[in-house]
Design a protein around this ligand. Structure first.
Ligand SMILES: Nc1nc2c(ncn2[C@@H]2O[C@H](COP(=O)(O)OP(=O)(O)OP(=O)(O)O)[C@@H](O)[C@H]2O)c(=O)[nH]1
Length: 356
């Protein structure tokens, strides 16, 4: 009689963190440094164009995008379950699944979606919460509920420490430790964490007995709705998507970015400027006041299509669409050679390696 095989148990790790904290950057780092571990990825973006899945595509065999909008308040778990089923299927050969929550998701509800799965081959692998070292203290003032996200994390990644002074880092670290004395905390630049911290729970610092939250505690107060009694961060936010097949005028776009309409906190997406022998493609990333262009390699014959998602509060979609529409090149317009100077000022060359 053949030996009975034990069912595989694929850990599912949820990565959460406020808008722009560096979740996709961390994911790309993990995918590049997976040491042979096959990682399946589920991304859930807030806007109607899933920029995050485009940013990890090409890094991984299995990337799946959860449908338009933040999933954390989905009433049933079927969408998530369907993706988990596909990734956990034997033929996919996946060793670990990472779920990147939208930057506005309630992590508790994302965890609930994973725990609610009926798939016998997966096991909840913990919650990683990323903190934007440069923006967190400001964000906390606007959204005190972000402390709750930290409070339930298993691993807290203090990211963007290159953008803060040592004393600011120390203050942040002690705040985070006070909010969650249980979790492991690691400080990073560009999400460069040891993948072993996420993929192999045994490598994590072991919580002391009685320190770890039980699933029941984790799920307590998990909310299916976004009503006024349980305001979720994303209930206040909206997104505006802009697409254009015309080339973008660099100087006009930079001027838009430097004087953004009120309410925008985050902009991300792909932009095409004119160039020879082919248009120049950039990934644009704006978090708060911080603007970054990341040069991209475009394929020969690639049709330029700018896609940007702006996320914020009290946005005026028509105004934003109109202003971005005004940043396109008009037909026959001659763009001077120095028009790219503004873009170059905000260009991160090394980032080409982060987001190819
Ligand atoms: N200076 C600096 N920039 C970083 C660091 N990590 C990420 N970034 C930049 O921050 C911006 C946002 O990073 P993402 O990884 O897209 O953030 P995210 O959390 O996935 O964003 P959302 O999905 O919109 O919530 C990008 O321009 C990154 O290159 C870091 O450690 N230092």
């Amino acid at each position: 009689m053949g030996k009975k095989r034990r069912p595989r148990s694929i850990p599912v790790v949820v990565v959460a963190g406020f808008l722009g904290a560096g979740k996709t950057t961390l994911l790309n780092h993990l995918l590049r440094n997976n040491g042979g571990t096959r990682v399946g990825v589920i991304v859930n973006d807030f806007g109607s164009v899933n920029i995050d899945s485009m940013m990890v595509a090409g890094q991984v065999d299995s990337v799946m995008a959860l449908s338009n909008g933040c999933m954390c308040c989905a009433v049933d778990v079927s969408d998530m379950d369907e993706m988990l089923n596909r990734l956990a299927h034997r033929t996919a050969g996946i060793d670990v699944i990472v779920v990147e929550a939208s930057g506005l998701a309630e992590p508790r509800n994302m965890v609930r979606l994973v725990l609610g799965s009926e798939n016998p081959y997966i096991a909840y692998g913990g919650l990683v919460v990323m903190v934007d070292g440069a923006e967190f203290q400001n964000c906390r003032e606007r959204h005190p509920e972000l402390d709750q996200h930290i409070a339930i994390a298993d691993l807290i990644v203090l990211n963007k420490t290159d953008r803060i002074r040592e004393d600011e880092h120390d203050a942040l670290l002690s705040d985070v430790r006070r909010i969650n004395p249980r979790a492991a905390v690691t400080s990073t630049v560009r999400g460069r964490v040891d993948p072993g911290l996420l993929f192999d729970r045994a490598l994590r610092p072991e919580p002391r007995p009685g320190d770890q939250l039980t699933f029941e505690e984790l799920l307590a107060e998990a909310d299916d709705t976004c009503d006024a009694d349980s305001p979720h961060v994303h209930a206040m936010y909206q997104s505006v998507t802009f697409t254009s097949e015309s080339l973008i005028h660099p100087r006009r776009l930079v001027s838009f970015l430097e004087k953004q309409p009120a309410g925008i906190y985050r902009i991300k997406g792909y932009v095409y400027f004119g160039g020879q022998p082919r248009p120049q493609k950039y990934l644009l990333q704006v978090v708060g006041d911080h603007i970054a262009f990341h040069p991209q390699r475009s394929r020969a014959g690639e049709v330029p299509r700018t896609e940007l998602v702006a996320i914020g509060t009290d946005l005026d979609p028509e105004l934003i669409d109109g202003l971005l529409g005004g940043c396109t090149e008009s037909e026959g317009e001659v763009v001077s050679a120095d028009a790219m100077l503004g873009v170059h000022r905000y260009t991160l060359v090394e980032s080409a390696a982060v987001h190819p």
